[in-house]
Ligand binder design. Structure first.
Ligand code: CP
Ligand code: NVA
Length: 301
């Protein structure tokens, strides 16, 4: 695996390999077994949007692997003053061993990979959030034992999280249902691909989506960069909330997942977040382990 730009680029075997290594790295960390697989390596982390989990888990993960991580805010880089990504990519490739980037356009991530000569990792775009979904799959497998045949229901906006969840679930044999208002459906090409290659339902009925789900997933109504649409979205997404009534139609042993940050009282009730906190915060923890596996695979083969 050379880069992690989106999950669609990975085979099922590559995804399962990363999940297996993530479990191994989690075991090593829990048992205080040193694992300096990336000694001497440096990761650059470019952020054009805010972050708590992605920044801290990548930075801590690189240290735990024996390497270093540089936090590069686009406010301070010349990229923020208009230096083209083609030039930035070629310069940073001379200093670093890999780059993680969080930005808006997926094309910016693809351009970094095209012009640079080091591995590029997508730390979230408007289109995809592959690192999050690798941690999500690791969490579902921990709680359910298997992925194939399990059902994931996603309630909310059909953007980055929904897109990546559909791809990750279909590739690992899971069934997926998206419950979203009309006009907020996931990417059309991903939906077409998923319907041809797996079991995907897209509906505006959240009860249909959540019925018999093994995992119920939600995300904010207004993602980063969409703040100016927040009021309209509050109206459009009204009722698209994971509450105890909705959990009543999922499987009795269903887990709840949320990529976080959460807006209690909007996409999820306080009651659900607290009741299902174990799976939600295990999921957040698994960002660390899953991303360390990605770092090892792209930098070490
Ligand atoms: N889930 C996630 O990516 O969180 P951050 O925005 O805090 O990185
Ligand atoms: N959909 C959210 C995910 C945050 C991790 C966003 O893009 O802001």
């Amino acid at each position: 695996m050379k880069h992690l730009l989106k999950l669609g680029d990975l085979s099922k075997e590559e995804i399962l390999d990363i999940l297996g290594l993530a479990d191994q790295l989690k075991f090593e960390r829990k048992n205080n077994i040193p694992h300096p697989r990336l000694a001497g390596k440096t990761l650059g982390m470019i952020f054009q949007k805010s972050s708590t989990r992605t920044r801290v888990s990548f930075e801590a993960g690189m240290y735990q692997l024996g390497g270093n991580a540089l936090f590069l805010s686009s406010r301070d880089l010349q990229i923020g003053r208009g230096e083209p990504v083609q030039d930035t990519a070629r310069v940073l490739s001379r200093y670093l061993d890999a780059i993680m980037i969080r930005t808006y356009e997926q094309s910016e991530v693809e351009d970094l990979a095209r012009y640079g000569s080091i591995p590029i990792i997508n730390g979230l775009t408007d289109y995809a959030h592959p690192c999050q979904v690798l941690a999500d799959l690791q969490t579902i497998r921990e709680y359910k034992g298997t992925l194939a045949g399990r059902k994931l229901a996603f309630i909310g906006d059909g953007n980055n999280m929904a897109n990546s969840l559909i791809v990750g679930c279909v590739k690992t044999g899971m069934r997926v249902a998206i419950g979203c208002p009309g006009g907020y459906e996931p990417d059309g090409e991903i939906v077409k691909w998923a319907k041809e290659n797996g079991d995907l339902t897209v509906t505006d009925d959240i009860f249909e989506a959540a019925r018999d789900a093994d995992a119920v997933y939600t995300d904010v109504w207004a993602s980063m960069g969409m703040e100016q649409e927040a009021e309209r979205r509050k109206r459009d997404f009204s009722g698209y909330c994971v509450d105890m009534k909705l959990m009543g139609v999922a499987r009795p042993d269903a887990i709840v997942l949320h990529c976080l940050p959460a807006h209690r009282g909007e996409e999820i009730t306080d009651e659900v977040l607290e009741k299902y906190a174990p799976s939600i915060f295990d999921e957040a923890e698994n960002r660390l382990h899953a991303q360390k596996a990605v770092l090892v695979r792209v930098m070490n083969g």
